[in-house]
Design a binder for this molecule. Structure first.
Ligand code: BG6
Length: 491
């Protein structure tokens, strides 16, 4: 399936606002290096780093040479490619609120109007408006310009609308690329391939045959150096509104008529609209909000969230969320979707579990085998794999059913480097392919579902419940499942 078109890129100028930030150094610069190594970046294409730090181009390159290079594994580092790549990079010291600085950017871009121009906003959302207005007023937005924004897009529907309105004042929707980097992950795209490239799953993919779906994004890391940002955000805004809901939508969407950007996004939005609203006591009953306390891993003890000196003592920010969601549609009526995400859980793991229903009539005596139903486990992280649990008769002279796993490990199948999610997304931005980006209405609908849950938490003064770092979250998250007679998948 041709999810991503492979057409060659046109020469581009990528202006990277926030070029000295964490995302730039850890992901964006290494991703561009890898694409250069693959020979994908056209001649005469440049990356212009723009930030407040007092560098010139030579100093910025030298800085990248230590900071960004450290995020490229040694066995994939090629000196000559890196040197050629650095030669594409220029730097502009820029204050996002200074129009004179946009004029300087204009000088750097002058005469290159036919190049694809990407304004990548890897900055705090409070600067989005200043930058889009700045490039607009300096006359830098050409017909082949695009703007890219990182989440979080606002704190709720209202603030997201304000950002989107401001963007829409200077860019067309077809020029706006709202990133959810989970959509750049291979396995997320493989979900589309699995569902819509095989005839096998579609007839099974419905309430008649699926009992429940669980989606977990677990991280062992804490908030560490990101405390100030995180405390304003919390797990619901940082992970659920975007990554978790995007995974849910891709699992639940109807088959699109084509892989074209709007065809896919039209189907995705229908799922968001069909999510049963969680309001008031219903939101409290179907959500769990947690916050880690000090705990220990094999590597040693770790402090609790409130022990972080950047976090105020009276913080009520959650680092864990579990939700029980339902989709009100013919396909999914009555199937619970359990969503869970948290920091300082036992390990980094992202997986989707589809639990099928039991056979309608057991012909094997119960003693012959366990009655746990078929299960599809789609793992995105740490490794990418798809496992299907089925039952077979164990060899022997009696009928003993035994679960076995059909395993598909993408590492074994493809035996090549797994791309960083941003590599694909960056290339798509330059190509102008919006399939893997969030359209404005998707962002709005996601907030419309999230906002009432936040409102209920506030109304009922539901503060996060504690869980020890290194465990799977508060016991309340288990209760959310056990009340339906279910358990989280944790092996
Ligand atoms: C980011 C969140 O969007 O995703 C982080 O802001 C989180 O808090 C990260 O750690 C997880 O991404 P990944 O790709 O490492 O699973």
């Amino acid at each position: 399936m041709n999810l991503i078109n492979n057409e060659a890129l046109l020469p581009f100028d990528l202006v990277l606002f926030g070029a000295t930030g964490d995302l730039s150094v850890r992901k964006l610069i290494p991703s561009l290096y890898f694409r250069d190594r693959e020979g994908q970046l056209p001649e005469d294409s440049r990356i212009i780093g723009a930030a407040r730090s007092d560098y010139d181009t030579a100093a910025f390159r030298a800085w990248l040479n230590t900071e960004a290079k450290a995020h490229i594994p040694d066995d994939q580092f090629e000196e000559a490619v890196w040197d050629g790549f650095l030669a594409r990079i220029e730097y502009l010291r820029l204050d996002a609120t200074s129009q004179a600085d946009y004029a300087k950017l204009g000088e750097m871009l002058a005469g290159r109007e036919s190049h694809v121009r990407v304004f990548y906003l890897s900055v705090a959302p409070s600067l989005f408006g200043a930058i889009t207005d700045g490039v607009h007023e300096a006359g830098l937005i050409t017909p082949s310009s695009r703007v890219t924004l990182e989440k979080p897009l606002g704190r709720d529907e209202k603030t997201a609308n304000e950002i989107n309105d401001r963007l829409a004042a200077v860019f067309k929707e077809s020029q706006i690329f709202r990133i959810d980097h989970y959509l750049g992950k291979e396995t997320v795209q493989n979900l589309l391939a699995l569902r819509f490239g095989n005839a096998l799953f579609e007839p099974l993919w419905r309430a008649e045959l699926i009992d429940d779906v669980q989606i977990t994004i677990a991280e062992d890391l804490g908030v560490d150096g990101r405390g100030a940002f995180y405390d304003q955000t919390g797990a619901m805004r940082d992970m659920v509104q975007n990554h978790l809901l995007q995974l849910l939508v891709i699992i639940a969407m109807e088959p699109p008529v084509s892989i074209n950007a709007d065809a896919v996004r039209d189907e995705k939005i229908k799922v968001l609209r069909a999510l049963k609203p969680l309001k008031g006591v219903d939101a409290i009953r179907n959500s769990v909000r947690g916050r880690y306390t000090a705990g220990a891993y094999a590597s040693g003890p770790v402090p609790g969230y409130l022990d972080n000196e950047t976090i105020p003592d009276d913080s009520v920010t959650e680092t864990f969320v579990a939700l029980r969601a339902e989709i009100e549609s013919w396909r999914w009526a009555g199937v619970p979707f359990y969503l869970r995400t948290g920091k300082r859980l036992p390990s980094k793991r992202t997986e989707i579990i589809v639990n099928f229903k039991r056979v309608p009539h057991e012909i094997f005596p119960t003693a012959a085998g366990p009655a746990t139903p078929n299960q599809l486990v789609i793992r995105l992280q740490p490794e990418e794999s798809i496992r299907m649990r089925i039952y077979v008769k164990a060899w022997g002279d009696d009928i003993q059913l035994q679960p076995v796993s059909l395993n598909l490990d993408f590492n074994d199948v493809f035996r090549k480097r797994r791309m960083i999610a941003y590599e694909r997304l960056l290339m798509d931005i330059i190509r102008g392919n919006q399939t893997l980006f969030m359209r404005r209405d998707e962002v709005t609908e996601a907030w419309r579902w999230i906002d009432p849950i936040h409102a209920a938490w506030e109304q009922y003064e539901y503060s996060p419940v504690p869980y020890e770092a290194g465990t799977w979250g508060p016991v309340e998250a288990n209760a959310l499942m056990s009340r339906d007679g279910l358990k989280w998948h944790e092996d």
